[in-house]
Design a protein. Structure first.
Lengths: 64, 474
């Protein structure tokens, strides 16, 4: 399950940043890029908390 | 007086109840924790303001790239060679270390100043988030030259955002801290994506065009009206001293005391080069497009131009998640004043001050000056800690003198703080040296004053009579 969640997260990060480079290369419109970034954001935030927080058994320095 | 001192000491001790002892080996953290912390801490909502302000101050492209490269390097070296070695040797947080050197009464004053600075900083972050929240409601955003709240819509938006951030901080600081850790990698990529996606609109179709457009349209070297021109030196010193309170000012003793090795201070490079290099450049590109399109120059609108709804979400999340720990830290410092208050009451009070501060666009639009002032005000105490730790053994002076003599208020430390700030003001007033450069001479001034006064205190003819001694009050 964690494996699938991680794949979902990294796809989310990919959708966040890769379309911008495709816009720069002239292969994608800005509107599509903006829509894909929205999808990427949703994908990241519905998957990453489960495995990132789970792996963080101890407090990070930020929480002190 | 003796009673006051006792009460004050008790207050401080109660707040830092679990932080009095050095960190033990089993609680030390690995490199990943520090990479994550520094990356998250320095990719914040305020990066959407700082990058555009560099453009407004008319820096040239070459000066920006080189100034940030070197300034951030100096910041990393300051963390690694000034803050981290003391942190891993003492394993104490800033407050407990300062208490030993300066005494609890001076620490009390330092806490109040620190809390106010944190409130204003969190206020700037809430302002940033508000610029994104207001867009769907078509609320006019403050412009670069606005200092005061100028529309009812802006005041209401800040009030709503500030209340929400405060409420969430009251309900669960730790949950939000975890959420901010999750948000950090995504936010960084949003900055990158925003900057890259708008390049074609600036007529950059290949990497060859980039340098020419960067000089002609983005970092043109021509400042906006009423903005001072920034040179390479401004950028370098600003990048170095943006977090002066954290490295030279020693606030990150609290973080780096958990490091296994002092070399972990170098992990601050992740925060500097991702947040204070890439993100500042990306937000500068966005503002150039806003100028070209005659659009609004505020974090929300420029992020929307780069990434649409995801950009707005990034501004809100970045402002919220970075305001959250700042409000928490301010609350911690404020608890020395209100020891009997519950944590939620303190957070509420801090949130109220922060929200009122956020209503003033001056805080956001003059963030560069505020950040420089914030670091400068807290820096002298960092110099005091540096001198006490490294130089006193070599000079034959006793370290942690206030703790050893049970002194409530160290006059040498207080005078070093006050006189250094006075000297910096004088340098500014007489020679016109801008605030961004004052940290460097200020650090040497603080160091010299503290050594001289401590020498007089510990070795001079009136040794033992200079300070306000607890025993005298009893």
């Amino acid at each position: 399950m964690t494996y699938l969640l991680k794949i979902g997260s990294f796809v989310g990060l990919g959708l966040t940043v890769v379309p911008a480079f495709l816009v720069f290369a002239g292969l994608l419109t800005w509107d599509t890029h903006a829509a894909l970034m929205g999808v990427g954001a949703v994908l990241w935030f519905v998957t990453a908390p489960f495995w990132m927080v789970k792996e963080d058994a101890t407090q990070s320095p930020a929480e002190r | 007086m003796a009673e006051d001192h006792g009460t004050l000491t008790d207050r401080l001790d109660a707040i830092y109840e679990f932080d009095r002892e050095p960190v033990t080996d089993e609680h030390l953290q690995g490199p990943g924790d520090f990479i994550g912390f520094y990356s998250g801490e320095h990719v914040a909502g305020t990066e959407f303001v700082i990058g555009p302000l560099f453009v407004a101050h008319g820096v040239s492209a070459g000066d920006l790239l080189l100034g940030l490269l070197l300034g951030n390097l100096l910041a990393v070296l300051s963390w690694a060679f000034i803050c981290a070695p003391i942190a891993v040797r003492t394993r104490l947080n800033l407050y407990w270390k300062l208490r030993k050197i300066a005494g609890p009464q001076l620490l009390f004053i330092y806490n109040i100043v620190n809390a106010l600075m944190f409130c204003f900083l969190a206020g700037a972050m809430i302002s940033v988030a508000a610029t994104a929240v207001g867009i769907p409601f078509n609320i006019a955003m403050p412009g670069l030259s606005d200092l005061y709240p100028n529309t009812v819509g802006w005041v209401v938006t800040v009030l709503v955002v500030g209340s929400a951030v405060t409420l969430l901080a009251i309900l669960g600081f730790r949950q939000i801290a975890r959420f901010s850790k999750v948000a950090a990698p995504w936010m960084f990529l949003v900055f990158v994506a925003c900057g890259v996606a708008v390049l074609p609109q600036l007529n950059v179709s290949s990497l060859d065009d980039l340098w020419a457009v960067a000089n002609q349209k983005i970092w043109t070297g021509a400042p906006f009206e009423s903005r001072a021109h920034f040179s390479f030196w401004h950028i370098m010193f600003f990048a170095w001293f943006t977090n002066m309170a954290m490295h030279i000012g020693m606030a990150d003793l609290t973080i780096l005391r958990y490091a296994k090795k002092w070399q972990y201070g170098f992990f601050s490079a992740f925060g500097m080069y991702l947040g204070h290099y890439v993100a500042w450049i990306a937000s500068g590109i966005l503002v150039a497009l806003a100028i070209q399109n005659s659009g609004e120059i505020a974090p929300g609108p420029i992020a929307y131009m780069g990434a649409g709804i995801a950009g707005l979400a990034a501004v809100v999340i970045a402002g919220w998640t970075t305001a959250n720990p700042t409000i928490y830290r301010a609350g911690l410092a404020m608890q020395t004043i209100t020891p009997n208050w519950k944590r939620w009451k303190v957070t509420l009070a801090v949130g109220a001050v922060t929200t009122v501060a956020a209503m003033f666009p001056a805080l956001m639009m003059h963030l560069l000056d505020f950040v420089a002032l914030y670091g400068l005000i807290l820096m002298p105490m960092g110099a005091v800690i540096f001198v006490d730790f490294w130089l006193f053994p070599r000079l034959g002076l006793r370290q942690d003198y206030a703790d050893w003599k049970d002194i409530a208020f160290s006059l040498p430390a207080a005078a070093s703080w006050g006189l250094t700030l006075a000297a910096c003001w004088a340098i500014h007033a007489v020679w016109g040296l801008e605030i961004f450069f004052l940290g460097l001479p200020g650090w040497f001034i603080a160091t010299a004053i503290y050594i001289a006064l401590c020498y007089a205190q510990q070795r001079g003819p009136s040794a033992g009579k200079v300070e306000q001694h607890v025993g005298d009050n009893a």
